[in-house]
Design a protein around this ligand. Structure first.
Ligand SMILES: Nc1nc2c(ncn2[C@@H]2O[C@H](COP(=O)(O)OP(=O)(O)OP(=O)(O)O)[C@@H](O)[C@H]2O)c(=O)[nH]1
Ligand SMILES: [Mg+2]
Length: 475
């Protein structure tokens, strides 16, 4: 990791706290409306499930202008939790809210978590739990579910397992889950879920890694945490948390920057860890802890008309760039699909009486998807495109950022197809489609290996102490 620049305020807090056994870390940026509840749930979980440990809750905020930090400082203190839960913990719970320093001039969720890692290491905690600050479905038990496997089960990394609505988590469903599974062999269903348990050993490993990039300081952090745990040989498991209810996002409207940061990171890490994944065939289940829960997550609307329109429009300006990223046969198929998406979107807009801007439509998800029912983006094409990008990321490391930006409209096409095909399916049935796609990634892994070995020498994982290893040119 780059040299640390902990602020004096952070150093003071570390000195004041001295040490702790268990920490809950909460990154935030403008979450005043929801973070109070998350903090209370975290406190309650620590007090109720780990009354003999020395606990601390750390909020790492971006300097939010909406009073997020004030909410953290002013929300009901641990005494309130002790009263309502009738517990008398051995140790006082400490609660701090700090503004995190940027890393090489970049701030974001990852920079927030870096400060949390530094504090966890300095305080020598045995278990760190990180949870998002926009969660509405967190309950105290999540702390036990995420920290228990570490403190009681000998695990180092606990990934969340939640029931999510069929259209939520599209970056996870289309890229991070199938790719993590096919590359590294672990079926971790939510590799970027954001709510994790991490052992003290793994926190220290994170702090020695030399592959931190600007994207890791932002939303690349989650896939970096998961991938570093797997490739570092740490014991990973999952915890059943129930439903993830948080501030949701329409994949067409809000997810562009996050997509670029997550996918840019997973591609760079794939190049870096080639020696690790080249010999892996197939995949295996990852143990899951916690009692099963049957919950219907809240539905989410998706504007498929807009997704297909953006896919088509993207193809008009990006075809030449796509030719530098993907194998020729795949680009040709992609261009045919994009033309079809454009035609179908025009016809659907006419049928639904929408003129001009598809964002202003009042049509429902199902009405739009019914009107676009003929569109289908095949699983195997998507898998090949992602595999092509891993090879291109190795051969043109400086182009990764531009590449993932140019992938966004393709991703919109792929997500549009997923929503259209699943419009009448239950969430469970849609889950089977996600599994089918993941199996396709595994089946096609030989395609990746063949291209990888045909076009150049792989690069080994650099020495963990090498600064900014991920940004070096090819060996
Ligand atoms: N400190 C800090 N935290 C951030 C920043 N951006 C996001 N976060 C936090 O990171 C967590 C996850 O961010 P969300 O925007 O909810 O993203 P997500 O839930 O992973 O993704 P979606 O599934 O797309 O909603 C939340 O707790 C945010 O407050 C940032 O710039 N700085
Ligand atoms: Mg969220």
């Amino acid at each position: 990791m780059p040299a640390t620049a902990l602020t004096p305020a952070v150093r003071d807090e570390i000195a004041r706290l001295g040490r702790a056994d268990i920490m809950v870390g909460i990154p935030s940026f403008k979450n005043a409306a929801t973070i109070g509840y998350v903090v209370r749930a975290a406190q309650a979980g620590l007090v109720q499930y780990f009354p003999d440990l020395k606990p601390v809750v750390v909020n790492s905020d971006a300097g939010s202008p909406d009073g997020t930090q004030r909410v953290v400082v002013e929300t009901e203190p641990p005494d309130y939790i002790e009263q309502i839960l009738l517990v008398r913990p051995t140790n006082r719970l400490d609660r701090v809210s700090l503004t995190y320093p940027e890393i090489d001039g970049t701030g974001g969720k990852g920079a927030a978590l870096r400060m949390i890692f530094e504090m966890a290491a300095a305080l020598e905690v045995q278990a760190l739990v990180v949870v998002d600050s926009d969660l509405r479905s967190i309950v105290p038990e999540w702390i036990e579910l995420l920290a228990g496997p570490i403190l009681k089960g000998g695990y180092d990394f606990v990934a969340p397992l939640y029931a999510r609505y069929k259209y939520d988590g599209t970056i996870t469903n289309t890229v991070t889950y199938p790719l993590t599974r096919s590359l590294y062999g672990h079926r971790i269903r939510q590799p970027i879920g954001g709510d994790f348990g991490v052992s003290g050993d793994l926190v220290r490993h994170y702090l020695t890694r030399g592959d931190w990039t600007d994207d890791v300081s932002k939303f690349g952090i989650d896939i970096w945490m998961t991938t570093s745990a797997m490739t570092g040989g740490f014991a990973v498991c999952q915890a059943r948390l129930g439903a993830k209810v948080h501030d949701p996002k329409d994949p067409g409207a809000d997810l562009g920057p996050m997509f670029r940061q997550v996918v840019g990171t997973i591609l760079r890490l794939s190049v870096l860890h080639a020696e690790h994944w080249l010999p892996i065939h197939g995949s295996h289940d990852v143990p899951a802890y916690g009692f099963e829960r049957i919950i219907d997550p809240p539905p989410l609307e998706v504007n498929t008309l807009r997704l297909l329109t953006e896919f088509h429009q993207g193809s008009l300006s990006l075809a030449d760039r796509w030719r530098t990223m993907f194998a020729p046969a795949n680009v040709e198929m992609l261009l045919v699909l994009a033309r079809e998406a454009g035609k179908l979107a025009d016809a659907a807009a006419a049928r639904l009486g929408i003129s001009g801007d598809a964002t202003s439509t009042k049509a429902t998800t199902v009405e739009m998807a019914d009107a676009l029912a003929a569109f289908h983006f095949p699983d195997d094409l998507w898998a090949r495109l992602i595999y092509d990008l891993i090879v291109t990321a190795r051969d043109q490391p400086e182009a990764v950022e531009a590449m993932v930006a140019s992938l966004v409209p393709v991703y919109f096409g792929r997500v549009g197809s997923f929503v259209i095909e699943n419009r009448h399916l239950t969430t469970d049935q849609a889950e089977e489609r996600v599994e089918r796609q993941a199996r396709e990634f595994e089946l096609l892994k030989p395609y990746l290996i063949e291209r990888w070995e045909a076009t150049g020498a792989g690069r080994a994982d650099p020495d963990a102490a090498t600064p900014a290893g991920a940004r070096r040119g090819p060996a």
